[in-house]
Write a protein that binds this ligand. Structure first.
Ligand SMILES: Nc1ncnc2c1ncn2[C@@H]1O[C@H](COP(=O)(O)OP(=O)(O)OP(=O)(O)O)[C@@H](O)[C@H]1O
Ligand SMILES: [Mg+2]
Length: 497
């Protein structure tokens, strides 16, 4: 390992319209290390990496690449210096194919002719995806892929750039255990090749597993750097949050009532013969591998996709749900897994996003009341602890975890009877996770029925009253809270192999 770090960032400061989000931050990356960059939602991690890669310009400070000062004006500049990023907000263009996304702007041509060598690009795309052990058709349109698959394409793209430094901004947020394992193998290989990796994640177990050093940011300030070997979990947490956190999963005092939702024999092209119930005040956890059909079942229940067969009963009444509006009218709320596609209107403000599904509550006789609206929005901001410069901030410029809080908050305003949460804490920091769990408990105490799809087994086990495991579009197992454990869930999720 050479002495000279690959990357040195010194005294970096950055403000957005008077709001200082990075203050005198230091960070370095050495060859052959996996360096975790940690911090709560809104701490400034993504911003620091966007400064490194030329997407944002720093106000103060220095960036050195192998000792040489640089001023990147665009991501293109930093790519040329061997720095690749897998962004937290996926950068995939939905209407292009996987291959086109991989080679956008750097197409492989036939010699000097200038004609695009499609065959070679397809082959290369396949090679990089093979390295990750995923089977994705290079010619599939990106929009046909699941979020997890899109993430894999982004990772493959970073590999294809042969970068010396790869920034991974929450790469595993949309992946299941198997894909994460594969990604870790790739990270291991890259490390052996001397690549420096910046690894951003809110999942502590990952940090301890693959990282060599950690650096912590809090509220835009640099708190410190530690060797993972010499640091305890509790020390990291207190560096992160500046206080003791206590247990992550709050005590659940479950009192379930009548059957609230009952579905019988739901079938479509993606799943078959799904029957289950959820009671008042109950949390039903839905586990399974990516692509098992969990989200699709819930989308059908919400009227986002067609059912071939099946009946839905709410409070004993058969209810026809043909479109999302029917579901909303029947008292169902749905927090989707893909906040960018379905959950939020990114170009709108925090205020507009909160009120979008809650127009009734903020209006007097169908005219929006400014006073009611700001009361409502401010109460939501404080309830969810959203880090924002004010309710007019564009949602696009909030940190990832804060966007997620808005997606959840948005649906709570309609006072749903049944709330479907698809990966509710993806990309959310530990403090905010705990807040979301507490909110889930408060809701169930008020009688709301919650269906929670989650790929994080500790979360499924920590929060569910009952667990339904989906395997290849069918129910693989139903487990009570007391009998469930990681092994049983994984066993059922993989078809009992
Ligand atoms: N383009 C922008 N305009 C205005 N404010 C911004 C912009 N980009 C980021 N911010 C603000 O900077 C702060 C840091 O955001 P950043 O995205 O870096 O956080 P993060 O540490 O990556 O959080 P998360 O874990 O939620 O992804 C936040 O308060 C955010 O609202
Ligand atoms: Mg971020």
């Amino acid at each position: 390992m050479s002495q000279q770090p690959l990357i040195e960032m010194k005294g970096i400061s950055k403000s957005f319209v008077g709001n200082k989000v990075l203050d005198n931050v230091n960070f370095e990356v050495r060859a052959g290390e996996v360096h975790a960059l940690l911090g709560e939602n809104g701490a400034g991690k993504s911003t620091l990496m966007k400064i490194l890669t030329g997407i944002y310009q720093r106000d103060e400070g220095e960036v050195l690449v192998k000792g040489e000062p640089v001023h990147f004006q665009s991501a293109n500049d930093s790519e040329k210096k061997g720095i690749a990023v897998i962004h937290q907000e996926l950068n995939i263009i939905p209407y292009l194919t996987v291959m086109e996304n991989m080679f956008l702007g750097r197409e492989i041509k036939y010699g000097k002719t200038g004609f695009i060598n499609k065959k070679r690009m397809v082959q290369k795309t396949k090679e990089y995806l093979d390295q990750l052990g995923v089977e994705i058709n290079p010619l599939a349109k990106a929009k046909e892929l699941s979020v997890g698959q899109q993430q894999m394409v982004e990772i493959a793209k970073a590999l294809s750039l042969n970068a010396e430094v790869i920034v991974m901004d929450e790469p595993t947020a949309a992946l299941t255990d198997r894909e994460i394992e594969r990604l870790f193998n790739v990270v291991e290989k890259l490390r052996e090749q001397g690549v420096g990796i910046v690894y951003i994640s809110h999942r502590m177990e990952e940090i301890f597993k693959i990282c060599d050093r950690i650096s912590v940011l809090r509220d835009g300030e640099y708190i410190g750097t530690r060797e993972v070997e010499n640091v305890e979990y509790d020390e990291i947490i207190s560096m992160l949050v500046g206080r003791e956190l206590g247990t992550l999963f709050p005590e659940r005092d479950t009192k379930v009532g009548q059957v609230r939702l009952k579905v019988e024999n739901l079938s479509s092209d993606m799943f078959n013969d799904i029957s289950f119930e959820v009671k008042e005040g109950e949390i039903l956890g839905v586990a399974g591998l990516m692509g098992a059909g969990r989200s699709e079942i819930m989308q059908a229940l919400f009227g986002y996709r067609d059912l071939e067969n099946g009946k839905i009963y709410i409070d004993g009444q058969e209810t026809k749900i043909k479109k999302p509006l029917d579901a909303i009218k029947a008292g169902i709320g749905f927090v989707t897994e893909d906040r960018k596609e379905e959950g939020l209107v990114l170009t709108m403000s925090v205020r507009e996003n909160f009120t979008l599904t809650n127009l009734k509550d903020v209006s007097n006789q169908s005219i929006i009341s400014g006073q009611k609206e700001s009361q409502f929005v401010n109460s939501m901001i404080s309830r969810f602890n959203v880090k924002t410069s004010g309710m007019e901030q564009e949602v696009k410029s909030l940190s990832g975890g804060n966007q997620q809080k808005i997606v959840i908050g948005k649906w709570l305003g309609i006072n749903p009877k049944i709330l479907i949460l698809d990966e509710p804490t993806r990309g959310v920091d530990v403090g905010a996770k705990k807040e979301i769990y507490q909110i889930m408990n408060e809701l169930t105490e008020q009688g709301v029925s919650i269906i929670m799809i989650s790929s994080e087994l500790p979360e499924v086990l920590g929060m569910s009253d009952r667990i339904m495991v989906i395997h290849e579009g069918q129910i693989g197992a139903e487990l009570n809270r007391d009998e469930a454990d990681q092994e049983k869930i994984m066993f059922a999720a993989t078809g009992g192999e």
